[in-house]
Design a protein around this ligand. Structure first.
Ligand SMILES: [Zn+2]
Ligand SMILES: [Zn+2]
Length: 242
């Protein structure tokens, strides 16, 4: 295994015991909540954290979560103030002189300069300290799943009996297996996890089929079975948690 991540076995076991449609979504929700609380707390005013937030800011989702969860809006206001100042400074230094120079040369607006501004803005919108931290946590959890799979027989059994993953995290687990497992172990894992994923997607699909059939008046009085919450569960399978 060329890349090494830290193992984090306790939360991974917890997530599988929880029995949700995607244990990685469950872990991601928990980690995201902790990071949002962290950035709403006092320690975010420490210089290292301030520098990080000024440099990267937050993505759309995480600005929204910070704003919605802030009892006291001051920490969010302070972080937005310095981040916005940074972006304004950088943007202000980019366009006008370049555009003027190119315009006189080419006789029209500078494509290069606009491209640079667009690239800069795209980067600024995408960059997010919470996403970066979440990404690290999720890689650690995926790594732990694969490590446990290789070294812990009882976990192997748990994974085989599990409900699989959402499509997003199924893909991430396959990528992690491809990247860190030796070829033979990766093949073995992928062949074992495949039927687990497919059969669980079929299970939720069958629940959704009955959920839809229940709209037929002839099925009105028949029992829901396990189909009551089939729609949120299939949406989770399709895209991961919202
Ligand atoms: Zn997921
Ligand atoms: Zn984010």
């Amino acid at each position: 295994m060329p890349i090494k991540y830290h193992l984090d076995t306790i939360p991974v076991w917890e997530a599988f015991e929880e029995g949700s449609e995607c244990p990685l979504c469950w872990l991601e929700a928990k980690a995201e909540k902790q990071y949002i609380e962290f950035y709403l707390g006092g320690s975010v005013m420490e210089p290292d954290n301030r520098i990080d937030v000024n440099k990267k800011g937050f993505c759309r989702r995480h600005y929204a979560l910070l704003y919605q969860n802030a009892g006291n809006k001051l920490p969010v206001a302070l972080m937005a103030q310095t981040r916005s100042r940074q972006i304004m400074d950088e943007l202000a230094g980019m366009a006008p002189t370049n555009t003027a120079a190119k315009r006189s040369f080419l006789g029209r607006g500078s494509v290069d300069s606009v491209e640079a501004v667009i690239t800069y803005i795209e980067g600024a919108l995408d960059s997010c300290v919470v996403c970066d931290k979440l990404d690290n946590s999720m890689k650690r959890y995926e790594y732990t799943i694969l490590h446990l799979w290789q070294h812990d027989e009882s976990f192997k059994g748990t994974l085989m009996q599990s409900k699989g993953f959402c499509l997003r995290h199924f893909k991430d687990v396959l990528i992690m297996a491809r990247d860190i497992m030796p070829g033979k172990a990766a093949d073995e894992f992928i062949q074992a996890i495949w039927p687990v994923q497919i059969s669980n997607m079929q299970r939720v699909q069958a629940d959704l089929d009955w959920f839809i059939d229940k709209y037929d008046y002839r099925n009105q009085d028949k029992p829901w079975g396990t189909s009551n919450d089939a729609l949120p569960r299939i949406l989770l399978k399709l895209t991961g948690r919202f």
